[in-house]
Design a protein around this ligand. Structure first.
Ligand code: ATP
Length: 197
């Protein structure tokens, strides 16, 4: 399967872009969703987390208490490492399985941390959805309950815009309207189909 990696900072328009590619029949594999699947109830990773961190890690409905776990690993590098060593190979397997199951002309791997996590290694080509920091702040704060300060912190923790742009094979600017984004995606989609031939 030929894989296009789609990434971008918080509020850049990754979902807007991948929803549009999905409407053209392209299979979208969402790395965030894969990371949630591997710790679903009944999965061995959830049992391992409960054994390691205790029952506090599990909510009354049997699902992982992600917010609680985040606070545990936030200031403890050893715990973070333990958790990553458990989940990263499982997430990688889930991504690969979903990509292999795709039947569309090509598949998209959508990930906010495509370059940071090395998931770009699964991709034949990468596309960055790019906006200015001002636009990120405006769109993400209009959408989420997060304050502008919280979004600034998330942006600071993600790869700097310039570095992301440098790593990308292709860039679509989402500074304008959705129609302008879609027009760029139409051209890129055609170029990927041509590349595949
Ligand atoms: P995150 O990584 O935070 O999940 P994302 O990169 O997936 O974000 P989207 O959710 O697609 O970004 O877009 C962020 C917000 O901006 C959404 O509310 C979306 O509707 C809006 N948005 C996206 N593109 C545009 C656009 N071109 N014009 C106006 N609003 C837009």
């Amino acid at each position: 399967m030929w894989v296009l990696g789609v990434t971008g900072g918080i509020g850049s328009g990754k979902t807007a872009a991948t929803d549009y590619l999905a409407s053209k029949g392209i299979t979208i594999v969402d790395a965030d969703e894969c990371s949630r699947i591997v710790v679903e109830p009944g999965r061995p990773a959830l049992t391992a987390i409960e054994e390691h961190f205790g029952s506090e890690a599990i909510q009354v409905d049997g699902t992982l208490d992600r917010a609680w776990l985040r606070t545990q690993v936030f200031s403890n590098p050893d715990e973070r490492k333990w958790l990553e060593q458990l989940t990263h190979p499982l997430i990688r397997d889930e991504i690969v399985n979903q990509l292999n199951a795709a039947t569309s002309a090509y598949a998209v791997l959508a990930s906010p941390l495509l370059f940071e996590t090395g998931q770009s290694a699964f991709c034949n080509r990468t596309l960055v959805i790019d906006v200015s920091i001002d636009t990120q702040l405006a769109r993400a704060s209009a959408r989420d309950a997060n304050s502008v300060d919280q979004i600034k912190k998330i942006i600071a923790a993600q790869m700097p815009r310039e570095e992301r742009l440098e790593k990308a094979d292709d860039v679509a600017s989402n500074e304008g309207s959705l129609e302008e984004l879609y027009a760029q995606l139409d051209k890129l989609h055609e170029s990927y189909i041509k590349l595949l031939r």
